[in-house]
Design a protein around this ligand. Structure first.
Ligand code: SF4
Ligand code: SF4
Length: 344
């Protein structure tokens, strides 16, 4: 959450923003305008990648200020383009959308939350995978992670509905495993910022996968592959997930090649701006995939269904298999084969 007291108006966040093209003076001027609640050029240029929050040395959370202002001003193409989606999400969060879907599991097993994503937005076989055997599966608009609303001018939805979403999950009376890290970011980061307590235990998908792989260590067949990682934007709020992923890769013998667009320098998948600025989205995607190929990656790993969907066509076109992180683990466990041929 934006904290003006932590900002010294150095401008570094917007100088480093690869989509703004600002020098230091312009960046400082823009941050001052935003902090005063005034319109600024960055509102139209920002693609909501959250990288500047990662860049800020003081923890002031500049992207949150930008998202608040994008919503307040309301004229950024990205916001205008996604307004109907945001309105539909709010309706769903009020309980006026599609009904909750629950697939019951074993009484002593946790719940796997798909947030508001459709089950079919995850790879075929996810629901039946041995990875999630016995877990109760839930999805529905009222379980929405909310953190993704910042991509559509809906930053206030986080503050308005965070408590409601947590209460809805608490009604299930079980521990929660978040299949998508936006849900985990809501439970771990955003609730803490908002002073909301979470009355259940919860785990990030990577923590769960790591535990599963360690428990089934003897059933792992080393993949011995090099894969590039496409971190989604919520990863910026969750630095701890890097170590979990590295350990997963180590267990299944996957190497994450050093490449330009990784970690702090990771690129957005292009999803948030696909409707508002398609050419820029395609340019970002092509640069990202080329970088992965240049570093010898044999596949690109995604962990968000939006990243996965928007990268399907360009990865296929450029000859780089794209694999969802759960499928990568299923491959190591012999449940599905490595994609020798591109079938996306
Ligand atoms: S938000 Fe952080 S990086 Fe940006 S101007 Fe303020 S202190 Fe500097
Ligand atoms: S969120 Fe991303 S695109 Fe927006 S200002 Fe920050 S770094 Fe730039």
């Amino acid at each position: 959450m934006w904290n003006a007291l932590k900002c010294d108006f150095c401008g570094d966040c917007l100088v480093e923003c690869r989509y703004a093209g600002f020098d230091q003076d312009k960046a400082v001027q823009e941050m001052k305008l935003l902090a005063e609640g005034k319109e600024a050029d960055i509102l139209g240029l920002c693609i909501t990648c959250v990288a500047c929050t990662d860049t800020c040395p003081t923890g002031a959370d500049p992207s949150n200020l930008i998202f608040q202002m994008q919503e307040k001003i309301g004229t950024a193409p990205l916001v205008v383009n996604t307004k109907p989606v945001c309105e539909a999400l709010a309706k769903g969060l009020e309980g006026r959308g599609a009904p909750v879907e629950i697939i019951p599991g074993d009484i002593d097993q946790p719940v796997l939350s798909f947030d508001s994503f459709e089950y079919k937005q995850f790879p075929e076989g996810t629901l039946d995978s041995r990875l999630f055997k016995g877990l109760t599966k839930v999805r529905g608009p009222e379980y929405m992670s909310l953190t993704g609303c910042v991509h559509m001018g809906g930053e206030s939805l986080i503050r308005k509905y965070a408590g409601k979403v947590i209460d809805k999950l608490a009604e299930l009376g079980k521990d929660i495993v978040y299949l998508h890290n936006e849900g985990y970011a809501l439970a771990k980061v955003k609730t803490a910022e908002l002073g909301i307590s979470v009355p259940f235990k919860f785990r990030h998908l990577y923590e769960y996968l790591l535990d599963y792989l360690k428990t089934h260590r003897g059933e792992i067949t080393p993949l011995n592959k090099k894969v590039a990682y496409q971190a989604n934007c919520a990863s910026r709020w969750l630095p701890e997930q890097e170590a979990w992923l590295d350990e997963i890769f180590s267990l299944i013998k996957v190497e994450r090649p050093l490449r330009q667009y990784d970690k702090l320098n990771a690129l957005c998948c292009g999803g948030p701006i696909m409707g508002a600025n398609r050419n820029l989205a395609i340019e970002i995607q092509e640069n990202n995939i080329k970088d992965a190929l240049d570093c010898g990656a044999e596949a690109m790993i995604t962990m968000c269904p939006i990243c996965d969907a928007v990268l399907r066509r360009p990865t296929s076109k450029m000859g780089l298999p794209k694999i969802f992180i759960t499928d990568l683990c299923r491959m190591a466990l012999g449940e599905i084969p490595w994609p020798d041929k591109l079938t996306h």
